[in-house]
Design a protein around this ligand. Structure first.
Ligand code: DQA
Length: 147
């Protein structure tokens, strides 16, 4: 199985930005943990991060061209308002799991809405970087169910 992990805006600042909320580990640290976990599970993993909505959409469409089997996406703040990202996820028809490091439902009210979650298999939030590992498990379980 080929899974692409996509990180949206400001996630390159993880470890620096609001460590009380997002932790002190950098995105490189988190990606390393995901990579190790994926290898253990026999998953071929790739990573992408951008602060630009269009670049994220381009990468999602590239996943379609590359026949990627599953996507794990943390769309950052775009979660709450990007219909363009939502449409991109919906159009590629690849099982996608939305992940957030923080529990968005415990935070400001504008974070309670996700416009992207309805076109995803599901949403995981509030588990820190473990959410990415749980998302891989969810995609593997979904793959077995579909086969
Ligand atoms: C986030 C939650 C979003 O509300 C926020 O804008 C982020 C990070 C998270 O991982 O908890 O950038 O997606």
């Amino acid at each position: 199985m080929k899974i692409c992990v996509i990180h949206g805006p400001n996630l390159n600042f993880t470890g620096i930005r609001e460590p009380g909320i997002y932790g002190r580990r950098t995105l490189a640290d988190i990606n390393e943990t995901i990579q190790t976990y994926a290898e253990k599970k026999g998953v071929a993993i790739s990573f992408f991060q951008s602060n630009y909505e269009g670049a994220l959409i381009d990468r999602l469409q590239q996943c379609y061209q590359e026949h990627i089997d599953g996507i794990v996406i943390n769309p950052g703040a775009l979660t709450h308002y990007s219909y363009a990202l939502r449409d991109a996820i919906a159009s590629i028809c690849i099982p996608t799991v939305e992940v957030h490091l923080s529990n968005i439902h415990q935070r400001e009210s504008f974070r309670h809405t996700s416009v992207t979650a309805p076109v995803c298999l599901g949403q995981l939030c509030g588990f820190g970087e473990t959410g990415y590992l749980l998302a891989i498990d969810a995609l593997l379980a979904h793959g077995e169910k579909v086969e």
